[in-house]
Write a protein that binds this ligand. Structure first.
Ligand code: SAM
Length: 180
């Protein structure tokens, strides 16, 4: 009986830690809201074929759907997704098994991006804006950053695509492109 109480206590403590962590982290990060399937395809069409040896990142890759779409079309490029939430990370790992996509669990702020040639990001404005100094410091000249919906406040985009797959009242309507 004591073991059962101890076991239930541990579950309760574990859940409380998880819940508090999410309450603290999520408002300051972007939650897991995957890019819609049609939008994913349209963005991949806009990005077009990647040069061989490209290194394509999805910062906050969720379940890796953007990476899977891009990797299918570019078998010679390298793909990296970074995701800090456990469930999307597991989904991404499962989805990308046996492919040329590497999924890293962690915070993208801590990851060196100097090898990136292309970056996709679907994150909140404030998260994007906080990333700008990192992009400016680490990205090689010519690296291209694709941002869905939440444009950078302090940098003018090279171009913006109004997506054909946009739907009224839904996210996923504007793709901003920045070349560094
Ligand atoms: C709006 S979702 C986009 C998911 C995916 N990129 C897509 O387009 O389907 C944002 C994701 O970024 C992750 N995320 C937010 N901040 C992060 C950070 N600092 N480091 C790693 N992942 C982060 C969230 O957990 C969430 O899964």
């Amino acid at each position: 009986m004591n073991w059962l109480i101890l076991f239930l206590d541990l579950i309760f403590i574990g859940y409380s830690i998880f819940f508090i962590r999410m309450m603290v982290l999520l408002p300051s990060r972007a939650p897991f809201v995957p890019t819609r399937a049609k939008v994913t395809t349209e963005i991949a069409d806009i990005i077009g074929p990647l040069p061989t040896r490209s290194v394509f990142y999805d910062l906050g890759c969720g379940d890796a759907r953007m990476l899977v779409e891009m990797a299918k079309r570019n078998p010679d490029a390298q793909f990296i997704g970074i995701e800090f939430q456990f469930i999307p990370f597991l989904l991404a790992k499962y989805r990308t098994r046996g492919t040329n996509i590497r999924i890293i669990r962690g915070m993208f702020e801590k990851h060196d991006l100097s090898e990136a040639t292309h970056i996709y990001a679907y994150l909140y404005h404030h998260v994007m804006n906080a990333l700008l100094p990192k992009f400016e410091k680490e990205l090689s000249p010519g690296a291209v950053v694709y941002v869905l919906d939440f444009k950078l406040a302090e940098r003018e985009e090279d171009r913006m695509h109004l997506l054909d797959s946009r739907e009224k009242g839904k996210l996923g309507s504007e793709l901003y492109v920045y070349t560094f």
